[in-house]
Write a protein that binds this ligand. Structure first.
Ligand code: PLP
Length: 456
């Protein structure tokens, strides 16, 4: 067997990667022309690539490395658990200490009576679980026809058949005949792009009331749940107007439908509280968690379920589960991650650095000639690019301006940001210091300046 290491020349690694490795959300044929950037190691908030560049990670990997890279205690927790019990399942009335301890800890942290955890290995899997939970819950309550789940255009809930259907990504629905039956979408609360002449508050109410209209159109007795991210992440860090969530809460309460908050990004400190639902004052019946639960050190996710739903589901055998539900090594890593977050006060740190430092620096980018608006909540932010300062004009979707900035200019300046259509986004490790925030924003500014010079 050939040994492939970090020390091989980049071009050789890229050629092997292009030949054998199919990447997610990538035009794989292009990898043969322009190879992937290969990350070889990471420490704190910095990544190193195979050419030795030190890159500041403005995205915490994929919105997940909340405690930063290179934590020895996480490696030790994993090694300890592998030695003691590397695997056992949680099916058929068996359990183990890491899954028990993690479920209990999540129940302590979660708001209200969200006291029960069904484990999965990812956010997608957890949302697949949620579809089955919702439908089985209503069936057990004698209302099996309440199987429709309402979600939002431009929401993201994962890549499985069910979870991608819950999502509202047109580019995903176009591939593979999605959504599956029984999942319908309403508009998103994205005032900047879709609010027209309305004020943000008017628009927030309008978009929330689409939920009520949809419930009435389908029939309240057929709707089981509404799912949404407290803040749309992959959709471009879209923060709803203040009027939106109270109206959504009123509507789900009025019609007695289940509210699922997909906290895969907003959970575990991202918005300045343990959960985005707390920041936005919403009370879900189910929360989807993943990513920050283990800071990405191990694949683990789950559905956090309220007392009532858990009691109903628990009255029957739930014919659902994954080989790795509550995987002991992943659970041990997640527990260590939560211990670090608590001991180091990571959630408090988010509040301290987000306001005023990150907020001041981020919103100052609003003065840049290419920037139409800046948005920030806790440590997730977005900026809209515009060809016409002072208007809400957008670059044509296919012009690739945001792509050029994030892929070319950000790479050239050793900063990782991401773009969604015409928005550039950040979601850095939550432990980022104010000095590191300055590095991040300085490099982002250079990337924007270079793009502006190029476009002029
Ligand atoms: N839900 C949300 C809100 C997400 O942002 C994501 C991933 O980005 C998922 C679900 C899917 O999670 P995973 O990629 O772990 O399957």
């Amino acid at each position: 067997m050939r040994t492939i290491t970090n020390h091989m020349p980049t071009a050789e690694l890229q050629a092997l990667d292009a030949a054998h490795h199919m990447h997610p959300f990538t035009t794989n044929a292009q990898l043969g022309k322009k190879g992937a950037r290969i990350i070889t190691r990471a420490k704190g908030v910095f990544l190193t690539d195979s050419d030795g560049h030190e890159i500041i990670d403005g995205m915490a990997g994929l919105w997940c490395v909340n405690v930063g890279y290179g934590r020895d205690s996480m490696a030790e927790a994993a090694a300890r658990q592998i030695r003691e019990l590397p695997y056992y399942n949680t099916f058929f009335q068996t359990s183990h200490v890491p899954a028990i301890a993690l479920a209990a800890r999540i129940a302590e942290l979660a708001p209200g009576d969200l006291n029960h955890v069904f484990f999965a290995s990812s956010g997608s899997e957890a949302n697949e679980t949620n579809i089955r939970l919702v439908r089985h819950y209503w069936a057990l309550k004698g209302q099996p026809e309440r199987s429709v789940i309402i979600s939002r255009m431009n929401g993201y809930h994962g890549s499985g058949m069910g979870s991608a259907s819950l999502g509202g990504m047109v580019s995903m629905h176009e591939q593979g005949n999605l959504p599956i039956p029984g999942i319908v979408h309403i508009g998103q609360p994205h005032w900047y792009a879709e609010g027209g002449d309305m004020t943000p508050e008017e628009f927030g109410l309008k978009r929330a009331r689409e939920l009520e209209e949809k419930i009435l159109e389908i029939g309240a007795d057929r709707v089981g749940a509404f799912i949404a991210e407290p803040v749309q992440g992959a959709g471009g860090v879209i923060i709803a107007p203040d009027s939106y969530w109270p109206e959504i809460q009123r509507i789900v309460d009025k019609y007695g439908i289940l509210l699922i908050a997909d906290e895969v990004i907003t959970g575990f400190g991202r918005t300045g509280n343990w959960f985005g639902s707390q920041t936005l004052n919403i009370m879900p019946h189910i929360m989807t968690i993943a990513k920050g639960l283990s800071s990405g050190y191990a694949p683990i996710g789950g559905s956090v379920v309220c007392d009532e739903v858990a009691a109903v589901i628990g009255s029957d055998e739930f014919n659902h589960g994954y080989t790795y539900s509550g995987h002991p090594v992943a659970a041990a890593i997640a527990l260590e991650n939560l211990r670090i977050m608590e001991e180091e006060g990571v959630v408090e740190h988010v509040r301290d650095v987000a306001h005023p430092h990150l907020a001041e620096r981020w919103h100052a980018l609003g003065d840049h000639p290419l920037v139409g608006e800046t948005k920030l909540i806790g440590m997730m932010g977005s900026l809209a690019l515009t060809p016409e300062k002072g208007s809400r004009a957008r670059f044509a979707a296919d012009a690739g301006t945001a792509g050029y900035i994030t892929r070319e200019r950000c790479f050239a300046n050793n900063v990782i940001m991401r773009h969604v259509y015409d928005r550039m986004i950040i979601s850095p490790p939550l432990v980022m210091t104010t000095d590191e925030i300055d590095i991040l924003i300085d490099r982002a500014t250079l990337a924007l300046d270079e793009a502006y010079a190029q476009l002029k």
